[in-house]
Design a protein around this ligand. Structure first.
Ligand code: G4P
Length: 531
């Protein structure tokens, strides 16, 4: 096997999705720990002191102690080269969080066992579902009292519309947590609360044939419950079928406790076996194969002004095929010219390193002098690959924006347009007024602050934002067939246009969306805009 094939086949590139506080950071830390990438858990991101080490790029992050950027972490484990795409949560949830999912080949969904499926998980899942990528579920915090396992699985199936296949099964929870039963290997793995941050502790593995030992380890009550649940599962649960997993129709489910480091390595091992190698990707020319095709990549995120003094930007690219060699020129397809990618870098745990080569599956950040846009393709100079664009995701918060000093109109329009082009915000205007009145839409409210901060610091323009009550935006899928001015909407509906002149509708509540659809047969509305 050539080095190229070997390198690509050992890559696994995935995103971790969850609602804030479900344990995404803790789980990531434990993964890195197994990979030997960090010496101490707690040094990833997110937690007070360490946070800035990974993403100290924007001033606003430093001021607020939050991570606006999403990072990519690469580490080695058991011969695999793993790329984890972090999807920021909390108030720093933004359109970038969704875009990051476009660069992943699979997703790990972390669920808090006492909370079940929560709002942010639902949103992120929807985007993964749209792409049909494999989704693996890790149900966390079994060391705390958990919901009934059957209820949790039922909730995932009903709320997210994906079948579940538990690969292991928890035995009790909270104070009564005894371990897990591995349904594939048919053994009980007993729980041990290891010291935080160390590798998985001493546990015993008892085969199902050794019933006496299991009884001794978990007690009669837990054993009776396990026997009963397993009987039920064997009869009722979906069978494990890897092809359905790969189509995103069936999610393998695992249980554990990231904090006490139980079930994490077991999960990681199964996950790495079950998930996919870098996937082929759709381009105008058809599917581009990661191994057969020469180098190609697409830009999924642009991070602006990491260094205020230079107004530079970093474009994050997902390599989709072949090998990237930093010494060779590549073709920037949309820009129509060949160039060298400058300062290509990768995040390894908490540091950035300049790299000389990378392979399909990897994510690289390159210095962007302002030429790249989200969705752009770069490829080998001899080729002409054009990857499918990245959808525009529906903002959920809207505000009317105006500059305080009316004399600065020009800078204001220039600044806000540039920031919108980078993809940090979306801007709309009313059909009738044009750029006179600008409405800003964001996925996470923090982006409003980012906008205000950047306009003041980079363009010297002070702005005022007046919140608008809209929460739902819809693109008109069949815009060429519909006369937008004739759409009979609800009283809260507002017609706007985006920067490219696409008509959109804003609504205050979901009910109005349904009502408008009812009143206008043939109207097709969509939650994503395709560029
Ligand atoms: P997030 O990235 O998904 O937002 O979650 P994060 O890992 O930061 O975890 C949120 C909180 O839940 C943290 O507690 C963390 O220690 C805790 N946690 C994570 N996994 C488990 C688990 O398996 N069991 C239990 N019992 N707790 C877990 P915190 O008090 O908010 O932060 P910290 O002060 O402990 O760091």
């Amino acid at each position: 096997m050539s080095d190229l094939i070997k390198e690509i086949n050992r890559r696994r590139t995935f995103a971790i999705i969850s609602h804030p506080d479900a344990g995404k950071t803790t789980l990531t830390e434990k993964f890195l720990l197994y990979g030997g990438a960090i010496n101490l858990a707690g040094s990833v991101k997110g937690k007070a002191t360490a946070r800035h080490a990974v993403s100290d790029w924007m001033e606003i992050e430093k001021e607020r102690g939050i991570s606006v950027t999403s990072s990519v972490l690469q580490f080695e484990y058991d011969g695999y080269c793993i790329n984890i795409l972090d999807t920021p949560g909390h108030q720093d949830f933004s359109e970038d969080t969704y875009r990051t999912l476009m660069a992943a080949d699979s997703a790990v969904m972390v669920i808090d066992a006492s909370k079940g499926v929560e709002a942010q998980t639902r949103k992120l899942f929807k985007v993964c579902g749209m792409r049909g990528i494999p989704i693996f579920t890790f149900i966390n915090k079994l060391d705390r009292d958990a919901n009934e396992t059957l209820d949790l699985l039922d909730e995932i199936e009903k709320e997210l519309g994906i079948d579940t296949c538990p690969i292991n099964w928890p035995i009790g929870s909270g104070k009564g947590f005894k371990g897990i039963y591995d349904r594939q290997k048919e053994c009980v793995i007993t729980y041990s609360d290891t010291e935080k941050g160390t590798r998985e502790g001493e546990t015993s593995i008892i085969p199902i044939t050794d019933q006496d030992k299991i009884l001794e380890a978990i007690g009669q009550e837990a054993k009776d419950k396990l026997d009963e649940e397993m009987e039920l599962m064997d009869a009722a649960s979906a069978e494990y079928d890897l092809s359905l997993v790969h189509q995103g129709k069936l999610t393998p489910v695992f249980f554990g406790s990231a904090l006490t480091n139980f079930g994490v390595e077991i999960f990681l091992k199964y996950f790495l076996e079950m998930t996919t190698t870098p996937l082929p990707r759709n381009a105008e020319q058809g599917l581009i194969d990661p191994i057969e095709n020469a180098f190609s990549a697409f830009v999924f995120k642009i991070q602006a002004n990491m260094n205020k003094a230079h107004r530079d930007r970093i474009a994050f690219m997902r390599i989709c095929s072949g090998r990237f060699d930093a010494s060779e020129e590549v073709k920037h397809v949309q820009g129509g010219r060949n160039l060298r990618l400058l300062q290509p870098q990768q995040l390894m745990a908490s540091e950035r390193k300049i790299l000389e080569e990378a392979y399909a599956g990897d994510i690289i950040g390159v210095f962007d002098p302002g030429i790249f846009s989200i969705g752009d393709t770069v490829c080998a100079p001899k080729d002409h690959v054009v990857y499918e664009g990245i959808p525009t995701f529906a903002p959920e918060h809207f505000a009317r924006v105006r500059q305080v000093d009316t004399m600065k109109r020009k800078q204001f329009v220039k600044g806000i347009t540039q920031i919108a082009q980078e993809g940090a915000i979306q801007i709309f205007h009313e059909m009738s007024t044009g750029m006179e009145e600008i409405i800003v839409g964001v996925v996470g409210v923090l982006q409003f602050e980012v906008l205000k901060y950047r306009l003041e610091n980079e363009y010297n323009v002070e702005i005022k934002l007046d919140a608008l009550p809209y929460e739902h935006i819809r693109w008109i899928e069949n815009k060429d067939e519909v006369d937008v001015s004739k759409i009979s909407g609800t009283s809260d509906m507002k017609r706007v246009q985006d920067m490219k002149g696409n008509p959109l509708l804003l609504f205050i509540n979901a009910w109005s969306v349904g009502m408008t659809l009812d009143r206008n047969p043939g109207l097709k509305l969509c939650e994503f805009g395709v560029n």
